[in-house]
Design a protein around this ligand. Sequence first.
Ligand code: SAH
Ligand code: SF4
Length: 339
Amino acid sequence: MIVLAGLKLTELEALMEELKATKFRAKQIHNWIYAKSVSSIDEMTNLSKDFREKLKGIAVVTDTKIKVKQVSSDGTIKYLVEYPDGECVETVLMRFDNRANLTACVSSQVGCAVNCSFCATGKGGFKRNLTVQEIIEQVLTIQRDTGLKVTNIVFMGQGEPLLNMDNVLKALQIFNDDFQIGARRITISTSGIIPQINKLAELELQSTLAISLHAPNHELRKTLMPIENKYPIGELKKALLNYVEKTGRRITIEYILIHGFNDTPEIAKELAYFLKDLKCNINLIPYNSVIENDYKKPSGNDIMKFKYLLEHSGKKVTVRLERGADIDAACGQLRGRAG
Ligand code: SAH
Ligand code: SF4
């Protein structure tokens, strides 16, 4: 069976040609999939009944199912999405009261090989990459289920997007062309895969690149992120400077705050110094609890002090609002299984 969701207009046109239908049919189907987010061919009511039957013989809109849906008290919705081979990933829809944006936090892999010490996703190991269709299905699942249109996308779910870069970039193109979500409304978050960052610089990526830094020096970063051994922070800094030069884009630096570990005033100053010559905003993420370790979230006071010291260096610093913690949908809590 052909899965229609995830096909671009030109691919739908080629399919229509095979079926001896007009190009206009492809446009109609495209509209049903991406703008109206239907889940079945029967809902495509401006196609004739005969044509719908013919199409149903060879194609389905989607082969993905919602296995579990949870709604947080703050309005965040988390879906456990199941693919035909039985593998599942989580995808999260976030609504911020003061903004009209609807942000989808999507996964790029089943599991993750990077295995950061503070993250639930890494704990289960790496299973497999998601296909282009599986990536975009997450956003369609949200749109179908809520009847709402997603306006922003962050690759901050399960997996390391730059270790599945080809599919992530193809999905990005579909988000641009077919969902009409502008590149600037899309963010890719990475633990710092240097060769891929260099490739994105060459491609002059127009989406936002977010770097999970979490420490200002090699020794400390190593204890949190094993990837630091392969791609050390000094080399990462060079790649980021090159990225800014090539793309002209401002980078987002993500920094988890763990109580007594990387949140002291001395470390804030060291971080400010490290980032001094880099065009970036800083997003502080108070640590969200994951059962398997002893880390703790800092106090509100410590968070504000850290923020203040960083702002002193002239950077824009935000503290990420925690979303969906009561349903384990906050950063780092996604593990991709039910219960
Ligand atoms: N693999 C990519 C993208 C997914 S993680 C990356 O690591 O960047 C998205 C963000 O959530 C990252 O900045 C990650 O470091 C952060 N995160 C992971 N576990 C967390 C936790 N327990 N508390 C708060 N943030 C966490
Ligand atoms: Fe993978 Fe990101 Fe989790 Fe690290 S924080 S284990 S890179 S998903």
